[in-house]
Design a protein around this ligand. Structure first.
Ligand code: FAD
Ligand code: MLT
Ligand code: ZN
Length: 621
């Protein structure tokens, strides 16, 4: 099959080149963000009249026809008469809003790797500094010893890699390797001396076959946006970054099936398929940097999950290189194929512990012409829940996102994110909900959303809200929601938990956590409410054992007690490898360990991650 070069050069260098990524971000933002129509400092010139409701002939309550040309404001308003700010007269409809921005790397202290190719001293100094930090930031209380069964990199190894990848594919430059050693949050730091940049499946195969024969440990790395320490080495593992494998292989524009290399940046793929009249089935705040191979390896959820479901459903085929270099071709594009075990599912969500994903075939849904985004406030969590149920009933086929945030998230976003505006600035509310609809009939979709919102106000579920009138307003709403992780990291220390909990109980743990940490830390609750996925962030200016003692093991015990999951969508990585038993039975964990041993008997792939050492130690001996 011919490999087509990927054309979008705008974003392709984002993986390893921070300044370029920043420049790209500005370039993408500049056309939309500053043209914000509403400004709290410039009140709207006239007050919108409340549209009265009427009943259609079918008995359904319908809003009156909308005046998009006059004041233009589609302010939804409660009858209690909260004074509203509103957007000015733009007749734009949100036919295809985009949320373009890069994931900036937060500022963090520079990391000083050991000199030269790995020496014991280098390991020691790096490990010392790593362990000091690791003890305090959560979920890895025990120091992790380097497994002595792994070889230490030597000059012959480097020469071999140069012989297969060329000089450009073998990076020893300290600054570049240092960047790849640290995760996006600046919490997890490895001590690798070597970063490899393969350009083809064959090169990946040769790298792994060699590493397996030498028993050199390897970390597969995509965009390095993972949030559980899975994408960076723990000790001196060789980093294999897939960013150089960023080509579209083919696009079937009848069935919407994209086949591409694993290093394609998600946002580039979105742009590509949108030009073909399709969209990617997943979307996340890290889209400007994360790669499709990383998305698949973490089974990323994100913002469209409520509509398009899990990658287990959308990934049709994979090409994977196993630890011994075997290329496993499962790159089918068939919708239905029940011939034997569906092995690709083993690799979806296996976080680089079973193989390196090199190619992907993925189903992309059709792009629909009408998108609306509403930003709403609710007085209490019960109202958010009821609103979700009502939205499922009333907006069923057009709902494409239902995200929630508490007030602490909004305050944080307003403090730390540049260029965002609070869409509901008049009063502080306890909860905020972002609802997006995507459908095929613009006027029907709008009318449906507005009727739903008015009804929700009348029923007291929503206290205030706005519907975006153009792309910049929609981007602002989304920027607030997607920017929470970025803003959290700016506070200093972030203890991050990603939980699946029954929706009725989902906010209880946020409140319990608040009372546990008191004024030692700020507690934030937000997430994908439509999927029962809470993101619980506990923020403080610096990591502390006292704070951690209030959080863990409570957070895991509480979640297990409610039959939830301690990793809804981010994975286990290094952070939660030892915690898997809170969500999986001993028998299930044992079977996972057996699979790992079968596929990667020398345990070279992403050691110390995903599975607890008690069961994976056999593979490491
Ligand atoms: P990396 O971080 O590089 O790696 C993640 C894991 O996958 C590691 O274990 C690594 O070893 C493995 N891996 C990477 N590439 C490969 C490969 N080709 N083959 C085998 N293994 C590989 N996650 C969500 O689920 N939903 C969200 O909404 C979401 N939002 C985010 C927002 C922000 C701002 C940030 C920073 C992160 C967010 N994440 C989210 C987490 C993260 O972006 C996802 O987990 C993403 O899928 C990781 O992709 P990546 O390419 O950056 O992978
Ligand atoms: C999100 O939904 O914003 C992401 O999963 C990232 C995070 O939890 O910080
Ligand atoms: Zn999320």
């Amino acid at each position: 099959m011919a490999i087509l070069p990927f054309l979008s050069s705008r974003t392709r260098h984002s993986v390893l080149r921070g300044p370029l990524r920043e420049a790209g971000r500005r370039a993408l933002l500049s056309p939309a963000a500053p043209t914000y129509v509403h400004s709290p400092a410039r009140p709207a010139e006239h007050t919108p009249t409340l549209p009265s409701t009427e009943f259609s002939s079918t008995g359904h309550r319908r809003p009156p026809p909308l005046d998009w040309t006059g004041a233009g404001a589609r302010m939804i308003s409660s009858s209690v008469g909260i004074s509203h700010t509103r957007y000015g007269s733009t007749n734009h409809t949100l036919n295809s809003h985009k949320r373009f921005y890069w994931v900036p790397r937060p500022q963090r202290p520079s990391y000083r790797p050991g000199a030269g190719v790995a020496t014991n001293e280098a390991h020691q100094s790096v490990n010392d500094s790593f362990e000091v930090q690791r003890r305090t930031f959560g979920s890895a209380a025990e120091p992790i010893q380097r497994n002595p069964a792994y070889s230490v990199l030597n000059p012959d190894d480097v020469s071999y890699f140069k012989s297969i990848l060329g000089n450009n594919g073998v990076v020893q430059d300290k600054d570049r390797v240092a960047v790849a050693n640290v995760d996006w949050m600046g919490k997890y730091k490895g001590a690798s001396q070597l970063l490899l940049l393969p350009k083809s499946t064959n090169e990946v195969s040769k790298i792994l076959a060699y590493c397996d024969s030498r028993r050199l440990a390897v970390v597969p790395q995509g965009g390095n946006t993972g949030l559980v320490g899975g994408s960076v080495p723990v000790h001196d593992e060789v980093i294999v970054n897939l960013g150089g494998m960023d080509k579209i292989v083919s696009f079937d524009n009848v069935n919407g099936i994209l086949t591409c290399e694993a290093g394609c940046v998600l946002e580039n793929l979105s742009t590509f398929v949108e030009n073909e009249g399709f969209i990617m089935p997943l979307d996340l705040g890290a889209k400007g940097s994360c790669q499709i191979g990383g998305n698949i390896s973490t089974n990323a959820g994100g913002l469209r999950f409520i509509r398009y479901g899990s990658l287990h459903g959308n990934v049709l085929g994979l090409e994977v290189v196993l630890a011994n270099g075997t290329v496993l071709d499962m790159l089918t594009t068939l919708r239905k194929d029940n011939t034997g075990y569906d092995l690709k599912h083993l690799f979806v969500g296996s976080e680089g512990s079973l193989g390196i994903v090199t190619k992907v075939a993925i189903l992309t849904p059709a792009k629909l012409p009408s998108t609306n985004v509403a930003f709403l406030s609710c007085n209490d969590y019960m109202s958010c829940q009821k609103l979700l149920l009502a939205a499922r009933r009333s907006l069923g086929e057009i709902i494409s996102a239902f995200e929630f945030m508490d007030r602490q998230c909004i305050d944080l976003a307003m403090t730390h994110l540049e260029g965002v505006h609070n869409p509901l600035p008049n009063l502080p509310y306890k909860f905020y909900v972002l609802i997006e609809t995507t459908g095929s009939d613009e006027s029907y979709d709008k009318a449906k959303l507005e009727a739903f919102l008015l009804r929700s106000m009348e029923d007291g579920l929503v206290t205030d809200g706005v519907i975006a009138q153009d792309i910049s307003q929609a981007s602002n709403f989304w920027r607030i929601r997607e920017g929470i992780s970025e803003a959290s990291v700016k506070v200093g220390a972030v203890y991050k938990y990603d939980l699946s909990i029954p929706v009725e109980k989902l906010y209880d743990i946020v409140e319990e956590m608040r009372s546990r940490v008191g004024d030692m830390a700020e507690v934030l609750g937000y997430g994908h409410l439509g999927d029962g996925n809470l993101h619980l962030n506990i923020l403080s200016s610096k990591y502390s054992d006292n704070i951690l003692a209030q959080i863990e093991p409570f957070v895991y015990e509480w979640t297990a007690g409610h039959r939830g999951s301690i990793s809804a969508e981010h994975g286990l990585g290094l952070m939660k490898a030892e915690k898997i038993h809170y969500s999986k039975s001993p028998e299930a964990v044992q079977l996972m360990a057996s699979i790992k041993k079968l596929i990667d008997p020398n345990s070279i792939l992403n050691p110390y991650k995903v599975l607890p050492r008690s069961v994976s130690a056999a593979g490491e001996g």
